[in-house]
Ligand binder design. Structure first.
Ligand code: NAD
Length: 321
């Protein structure tokens, strides 16, 4: 088997390859060539941690395996990222373990790639203002990937902990874009694309705050009980997701589904748009929402790419196992 340590990932995998891997796996999921197994994600009653497994199989690429790990909110104080994860890949023909891959940076890259794929396929073509809700670890990856999809002229941002907004301001400056910290009323009214990436259990962005043909990528809700935007906003939007089963159970749509204002049948897989089976956005004033719950197949797709690159570049550690 091969080991690709976390420290090697940055030099091997970039945004472009992550985008291609994620777009392709969303397409395979929609055409039923790839499927995710049910997710396990539990509060373990220790260190405030959420721990679980995400797994799946892609019959086309033969990516088989799982990502295990979760979210440890106290890690940042210890100099570690709050998300900790590892991907294990198996040989689909024999079941033998194939590779052990550091999953931290890959998680950020594949999550940013997912919202970026949604922006490519669903955001208004002339989107100019990017609104960011959340300024945690994932937020900078999200912003970097988003700005590659449209000619944004400005970034506006809000965060529950306003002192963290300098992270967004610094990156916007690096990207050559003006940045302004705003209240959510202005963010909802002015942003053409909104990315929400927080660990909240109550909505920040309310229905009345969003006007016009915005595209919203809700990327933070990946657990039962979490919520970033008001349920009536979800119910009002044309809703797309990576995977419907995850969306309604642990994603952003769980609340609108529970109160009956959104029907499962009204949720569209983003892969259907990628494959040309659904038109996606139909007009400039349509409100679209992508519920990016984060599927195991995304992890397997980027990890498989990394293993190939690591072998090619001679940095994969080979172990007789
Ligand atoms: P982080 O801990 O670095 O940042 C957390 C963010 O949430 C900060 O901006 C913080 O200010 C904000 N926040 C905290 N409490 C809040 C509250 N009560 N209301 C509103 N905002 C609040 O975390 P991160 O690594 O940036 O991850 C953010 C979220 O994204 C987490 O919930 C994580 O589980 C989720 N996530 C989802 C995917 C996916 O594929 N969908 C992948 C990775 C992470």
């Amino acid at each position: 088997m091969y080991i690709v340590p976390e420290k090697e990932i940055a030099a091997l995998m970039g945004r472009e390859a992550s985008f291609a891997a994620v777009e392709s796996v969303f397409s395979a999921m929609s055409s039923k060539d790839a499927y995710n197994f049910p997710v396990i994600r539990e509060a373990i009653g220790h260190a405030d941690a959420l721990y679980g497994f995400k797994s799946g199989f892609d019959r086309k690429s033969l990516a088989l395996g799982l990502k295990s790990g979760g979210y440890w909110p106290g890690n940042e104080a210890k100099g570690l990222t709050n998300h900790q994860s590892t991907v294990i890949l198996f040989d689909a023909d024999t079941g033998k373990v194939k590779a052990l891959v550091g999953g931290n940076l890959l998680t950020a890259l594949r999550t940013a790639a997912a919202s970026s794929v949604s922006i490519k396929h669903l955001a208004p073509k002339n989107a100019k203002v990017l609104g960011m809700i959340g300024a945690g670890h994932q937020s900078t990856f999200q912003m970097r990937a988003a700005v590659e999809q449209r000619d944004f002229e400005k970034v506006i941002g809000w965060n529950y902990h306003p002192e963290m907004l300098s992270r967004l301001a610094d990156l916007a400056e690096e990207l050559g874009l003006p940045f302004e910290a705003v209240e959510l009323d202005r963010l909802g009214a002015e942003a053409d694309v909104i990315i929400s990436i927080t660990s909240a259990f109550a909505p920040s962005l309310m229905d009345a705050q969003v006007t016009g043909g915005t595209h919203i990528a809700c990327m933070g809700t990946d657990t039962v009980g979490k919520q970033e935007v008001e349920a009536t906003l979800v119910a009002r939007a044309t809703v797309f997701t990576d995977e419907i089963a995850q969306s309604i159970s642990l994603g952003e749509t769980q609340h609108a589904i529970a109160d009956g204002t959104l029907k499962q049948a009204d949720i569209i897989e983003l892969g259907a748009v990628i494959n040309g089976d659904h038109p996606g956005r139909k007009s400039d004033d349509e409100l679209t929402l992508f519920d990016g719950t984060g599927v195991g197949l995304q992890d397997l797709a980027v990890a498989s790419s990394v293993v190939d690159l690591a072998i090619e570049k001679g940095v994969a550690i080979e172990v007789d196992f």
